[in-house]
Design a protein around this ligand. Structure first.
Ligand code: ADP
Length: 367
């Protein structure tokens, strides 16, 4: 099995970044994620609809003494998909096995995972949209009939040996539900989409994490960190750890609003949750290009980054915050972007726009 896969998508690309605001896990997150992960449904903060629906599904399955339907969890990284998969297993009192789509290159890899499952076990398949096609096709039968057909030999002499599987619950997670094939999506009996967290929910996440880490975090300090966490618990926890470091070294361990502000200024995270690259992108767009429209690759050259990094790491959040708009002619800054940078919006038609672009990329181009 190998984890290399050129078919990287936007969310996953960000996992390679070491930015403080990356929503995928970076190296020092993995242990911290595990330590701070809620273990039971009652501890899981926010997402009330998903929590209610999942609780019902699990309760009903337990009442009838059967395994619950397969569950698909979709949403951006860091919102709690892995956490929920583990909670599902804990609530069922079942063991859990964890695997990831890109690591399953061959149907045989999947067959060996499936045949090794215990009865009632939960199989968590992360990035399920990145399963190799033969493995995905094997999964159809496994999900529906709890059986796989193992092909032995090749050509006309090949024989198919059906292999019965224990009953299991598949919990699939995806950051790109749109990339899931219809037949796979249809085989999940329950689908839940996780949304970004509200400010209040992030405050609750932070206070819970602070308790677990033994940090004295006051309400205002929590609010300050929550406001810069991009609606994502994983980012909130990461910022909390960095702010704690600062508090210990520079503020006798005290963690209030002022200390949080000072710490996050050191780490270049502004009050909206933008980091240095985000602000460079906005500054180029609003300053040199007077708000655009301007093409992606021009912006990338202006900030000294790869177009892919700007597009996948920076832009999604800028778009979500209403600071940047992607148009057929290129990227355009909104009045909110100018306001955030403390600049006045250029008067309509009054400012020349530079339609410079490198050919072959979206946006206006020079022939
Ligand atoms: P995903 O699998 O969607 O990338 P994870 O489940 O790994 O995200 O969540 C990342 C971290 O964020 C977890 O370790 C946990 O500490 C925290 N977290 C996520 N969702 C919640 C939640 N609803 N309540 C509290 N903490 C959460």
């Amino acid at each position: 099995m190998s984890v290399s896969n050129p078919d990287r998508d936007g969310w996953e690309a960000s996992e390679d970044e070491t930015s403080l605001l990356t929503s995928g896990p970076v190296q020092d997150d993995r242990a911290a994620d595990a330590a701070l992960r809620p273990r039971r449904m009652a501890e899981f903060v926010g997402q009330p609809r998903v929590r209610d629906q999942l609780s019902l599904l699990l309760e009903a399955a337990k009442l009838h003494g059967r395994t619950p339907d397969h569950v698909l969890l979709s949403g951006p990284p860091g919102l709690g998909k892995t956490t929920l998969a583990m909670i599902i297993a804990a609530e069922l009192g079942a063991p859990i096995r964890v695997a990831s789509g890109p690591a399953i290159q061959h149907a045989g890899d999947l067959a060996s995972i499936l045949s090794g499952l215990a009865d009632g076990e939960v199989l968590f398949l992360d990035e399920v949209h990145r399963l190799a096609r033969p493995a995905e096709e094997m999964l159809y039968l496994a999900m529906e009939d709890f059986r796989v057909d193992v092909v032995v030999g090749k050509g006309p002499g090949a024989t198919v040996i059906p292999l019965a599987l224990p009953r299991f619950t598949l919990v699939g997670a995806t950051t790109r539900a749109g990339l899931l094939t219809g037949p796979l999506r249809d085989r999940f009996g329950f689908t839940a989409h996780l949304d970004f967290y509200s400010h209040d929910d992030l405050v609750t996440v932070l206070r819970r994490s602070a308790d677990l880490l033994g940090i004295k975090l006051d309400e205002n300090g929590a609010a300050e960190i929550a406001g810069r966490s991009r609606g994502t618990p994983r980012i909130a926890n990461r910022l909390l750890r960095r702010v704690r470091d600062y508090a210990v070294v520079r503020a006798d361990g005290r963690l209030d609003r002022t200390v949080a502000q000072e710490a996050l200024a050191v780490y270049d995270v502004d009050e909206l949750g933008l980091d240095r690259l985000d602000r460079q992108v906005l500054s180029a767009l609003c300053g040199r290009y007077r708000g655009g429209p301007v093409g992606l690759s021009t912006i990338a050259v202006a900030v000294g980054e790869e177009p892919g990094t700007v597009e996948e790491v920076s832009e999604p959040f800028l778009v979500r915050e209403g600071l940047l708009v992607r148009t057929p002619r290129g990227r355009v800054a909104t009045p909110a972007a100018f306001a955030h940078l403390g600049m006045s919006t250029p008067v309509e038609g009054g400012a020349p726009t530079l339609d410079l672009e490198i050919p072959g990329t979206p946006g206006p181009s020079v022939d």
